[in-house]
Every structure is written in C-alpha cells, then in structure tokens.
Design a protein around this ligand. Structure first.
Ligand code: LCS
Length: 390
C-alpha cells in the first residue's frame, strides 16, 4: 500500500473512466462483451489475450472491487462473490475436495455453521469442529489430509478471539491453509496477512457496503489460490452483479469514516454497559475485562463496532429488550450506518440444537449490538430506557 488505509479506500486502484474521464466508475451493466472478430473471440477464450468475454467470467466493476480489497488486506489477488456465504463455500471448495479434511472453529456465523454441517459434510469432506481459541485442540485435530482451517476472529456473535499466528503455525506444519473471516474488523483493525493467514474472506454485505443495501462476498489470497477459486465461481455461477459491485465501491470510499465512528461509539457503549445493573457481562475485545484482551491488543488495532452482552434477566430480558428499543433497530446483519440489535437465542441461532448452541457459547441472555454511526448519546439513552426496566 502506497498510502494509509483511509486514503487507499478512496484512491487505491484506478476507477475513473478512460473513455469519458468520468471520476466515478461507470456501471458496466452488461451480461456480455462484443468481440471485434472471431479471431479475437478465440484468443480471449484460449486466454491468449486479456479482455472481457461474459460477466460471469469477469466484469470491470467486480474486478476493481476484488483488486481494491486485495490491496487493503495486503494480498496479491482478490475476487467477489454474490454473497458472503458464497465466499465461504468457494473457499472450502477451492481448498478441499472429497476425502480431504477441514477444521472449523465452533463459533462461526450461523450460516457458516449450517453450510458446514448440512452441505460440506455431505460431499465427502471430513470436518472437525474445535474451539480454535485453545491451540491444543487445533493441534489435536490436524490430520495428514487436513487442507483448511477456517476461523472467524472475533467470532460471530460471542466475540471470542483466535490467535491467528498460533493457528497458522499449526496449519503450516501440515498441508493446511488458514482462512480468516475478517468481516467483523475489516482491514482497518485487523490484517490477518500480517500473521501469516493464507486467505481472508468478507461478507461485504457488512462494513464494506456500510449501507445495508447489498449482499456480497469477497475472497483475497495469492494469485494461484484466487485463480483456482475464481474458476470454481464461474462454474457455480455465484457471481456478483455489476451494480452491486459498484455500490460496494461507492460504500468503500467512506469506510474509514464509518468504521472509526462506529468503533468510537462501540467503545463508549461497551464501557457504559459494563456498569449497568441489568447487564451481567460485556464482551468487547478492547475492554480490559475481555478474557483475551492481550491477544486483542496484539493482533487488532481497534476493538471494532460489535459488542455482545449478557443480560441478567436471561432469555425473557433479551426478548423484552428487542421489543422495546426504537433507535437500535431489531434486525440481523451488522456493519451498517444504522445500529442493529439482535438476540441470537431467539433469532439467528434459534434453529440450532441446544447442544450446538452450548458448543457455540450462545447463552439465553446474549445480545449482539452492531453499533452504527449515530450520536452515541442517543444510542445510550435508547438502550437505557429499556434496561432500566428489566
Ligand atoms: N461471515 C460472517 C462473519 C457473517 O457475519 C456473515 C453474515 C457471513 C459470513 C455470511 O455473509 P452473507 O452471505 O450474509 O453476506 N452475517 C450475518 C449476521 O450476523 N446476521 O445476518 C447475516
């Protein structure tokens, strides 16, 4: 990176239109691209000439977005997918096939949990779930045929952290790649590449978009891995639409402003919640009370915008809070300008068995707050009004 992150999100990777000089990249809303003649068509299909063919196989908007996130995360190459879940599936399929083994942390986004349990196991990929915050468990799970270790740090929704350096060391003693889902922190607050991770993925639906109007995914890694993963994407066809890529490029320009504001708000709200009588425990990486505070300080440059907290009143208190806040919007997702609140036990993780929920450390009174960019005092007053009555 030539400049600091706040500058690169605006300027990194040329986007202006060479034909008209338009500063904002045009939306290449096209399914196909015209060849000058049959010779050119043949050369492009054979890979002898660079250029576009058909938007599932590449489009200027998606290409620039992939390159831009690769730049921010410090990797050689990047690609986009139609959703964060497509990115997760794409990484697994690019790293492992039938007969291979993968290790997945026990606390991952609910959708990732279901993908692994209900699809990936069924296609003959062996899976071991571990608590990857305990490195001994990762070490014990390693096999000759382990090809991938998949982690989220901080994990959704408990904000458990995983020592990326430690996991990478174990993986690279064998033949496994490490993929970090960096959705929660973005490259602003954590760059897994600096700790040796091979692949980073994002649900770009979150902070990269920032406005709650797109579903999208990103994968970055070395050129060889991305070439292979991209080929898989062209086969499955989970391509990101050009307009959605354009919205993400637009959202990216303000990402610095948004993530810093959201983090500043989150740090204040987390400290305030810690002293509240209705709250049993607050989980926020940059609170000294977080059991992995030292690790947070080592591998993160900020605490991020997501807080989890445990209500003394358990499940019922969680539901009451959901039903009575006004400014904090009752919705899943995160990373938007709007503050979003959700209660995993009755919402995102409601379909999980009690045992799976216990394994993922989802307790009945756990609340997740994805802090937005509003005035922090308004958010505190909105929460306090309900918490006082619990
Ligand atoms: N990875 C993480 C860490 C996520 O939080 C999500 C979605 C995904 C991957 C999947 O991305 P998507 O396909 O939705 O773009 N997380 C959500 C959440 O916490 N609530 O709603 C969606």
């Amino acid at each position: 990176m030539k400049y600091r992150m706040e500058t690169e999100v605006v300027h990194g990777v040329e986007q202006s239109d060479p034909h008209t000089g338009a500063l904002s990249m045009p939306i290449y809303q096209t399914s196909t691209f015209v060849f000058k003649n049959s010779e050119q068509g043949a050369r492009r299909f054979k890979g002898e000439e660079s250029g576009y063919i058909y938007s599932r196989l590449g489009n200027p908007n998606t290409d620039v977005l992939g390159k831009k996130i690769a730049l921010l995360e410090g990797y050689e190459a990047g690609m986009t997918t139609g959703s964060g879940m497509a990115a997760v599936a794409n990484v697994v399929l690019a790293a492992a096939g039938a007969g291979d083994h993968i290790i997945v942390d026990d606390t991952v986004y609910g959708g990732t949990h279901y993908l692994i349990e209900e699809e990936i196991r069924n296609i003959g990929i062996e899976v071991t779930r571990v608590d990857a915050s305990v490195l001994g468990q990762v070490e014990n799970a390693m096999q000759e045929n382990t090809r991938l270790i998949m982690i989220e740090t901080p994990a959704n929704p408990t904000l458990k952290l995983i020592d990326i350096t430690g996991v990478v060391k174990i993986a690279h003693q064998g033949k496994a790649l490490v993929c970090v889902d960096n959705t929660f922190l973005t490259p602003f607050y954590q760059r897994p590449k600096e700790f040796g991770a091979d692949i980073v993925l994002h649900s770009a639906t979150k902070y990269i978009s920032g406005h709650g109007d797109v579903v999208a995914g990103i994968i970055v890694g070395d050129q060889k891995f991305i070439n292979h993963a991209f080929k898989i994407s062209t086969h499955y066809g989970w391509t990101l639409a050009p307009f959605n890529a354009w919205l993400l490029l637009r959202g990216l320009k303000t990402m610095g402003l948004r993530v810093h504001k959201s983090q500043e708000n989150a740090q204040q709200i987390a400290s305030w919640l810690e002293d509240h009588k209705a709250v049993e425990k607050v989980y926020y990486p940059f609170l000294k009370s977080h059991s992995q505070y030292d690790l947070a300080r080592k591998q993160q440059s900020g605490g991020g915008g997501i807080i989890a907290f445990e209500l003394k009143g358990g499940y019922e208190a969680g539901k009451t809070l959901m039903d009575h806040v006004h400014l904090c919007t009752l919705a899943v997702s995160l990373g938007d300008c709007d503050t979003l609140i959700q209660h995993p036990a009755s919402m995102t993780h409601a379909g999980m068995s009690e045992e799976a929920m216990r394994e993922a450390h989802i307790t009945p009174g756990l609340v997740r707050l994805a802090v937005g960019v509003e005035h922090v005092q308004d958010l505190i007053e909105d929460l306090d009004k309900v918490l006082q009555k619990l």
